[in-house]
Write a protein that binds this ligand. Sequence first.
Ligand code: ADP
Ligand code: MG
Length: 297
Amino acid sequence: METILSIKNLNKNYGKLQAVKNVSLEIHKGNVYGILGPNGSGKSTTLGIVLNVVNKTSGDYSWFGGKLKTHDALKKVGAIIERPNFYPYMTAKENLELVCKIKGINYSKVQEKLEIVGLTDRKDSNFRTFSLGMKQRLAIASALLNDPEILILDEPTNGLDPQGIHQIRDIIRLIASQGTTILLASHLLDEVEKVCSHVLVLRKGEILYSGTVDGMSSTNGIIELKSNDNKSLINILQKYPNIDKIKEEDGKVIIISKTNIEPSELNKYLAQNAVYLTHLVKRNHSLEEQFLQLTGK
Ligand code: ADP
Ligand code: MG
């Protein structure tokens, strides 16, 4: 697997405040990574460091396996870390052509990228007439002009209305499906859940979870059971496959499993072993519950 960015034990202090604590992350080609955490958890600082606009205190990061100097590596990175800004009295097309001119990119890319972000029919409108969502989409088109290996977005849907949010998320998924690696920072769990394959959860600069989004919600089965004889119920459950934990709570027996347990199968098994249930409820631990548990709120 090709490594795009490798971050090792990164730290950042602003005076006495430690904004990033020992953060490590490997970004592989083709995935969509989210840095998820409440405001002030160190997301933007982390992105700023790897984009060379914030100085690290200690630790390391390297782009593309360390083959390139940061300056050259960043030419293959598209990033939007601030509110998009273009010339208000120039059209979308003119603004993008100007970026092409500055960066030595063929003008043919303008049309291609406008299409990806759905702005083709507004290409001749002045930037100042654009909604915030359209401005953000133009910024994405601009960041894509040089066909970067990775696109970095900091809170890409902040301040947008629901329709604007939906459009941006669709665009991110489209770009990812075309093979561009993506790293985005967000304080919105559902954003990360909807667009990312991998997630780094931060709180106060510290990693709480790092892995796949599916893995974060992998406590798949929580099933509540009751029978007239919970003791035998627990005994029989010991032999059932894939149960990670059995506990008794308020007269209910609760089983927790990382794999999906089919309630009907379980019920059948128990009946075959002469345990008859009076209660069976399958609870799903949502990603949100996991997140709230992780961040301790
Ligand atoms: P996030 O992007 O997750 O909201 P930031 O990386 O912006 O978090 O900030 C992390 C912490 O560092 C916060 O407590 C913030 O107040 C602090 N911080 C960020 N930038 C600076 C700065 N330039 N000077 C001092 N403190 C800063
Ligand atoms: Mg931020």
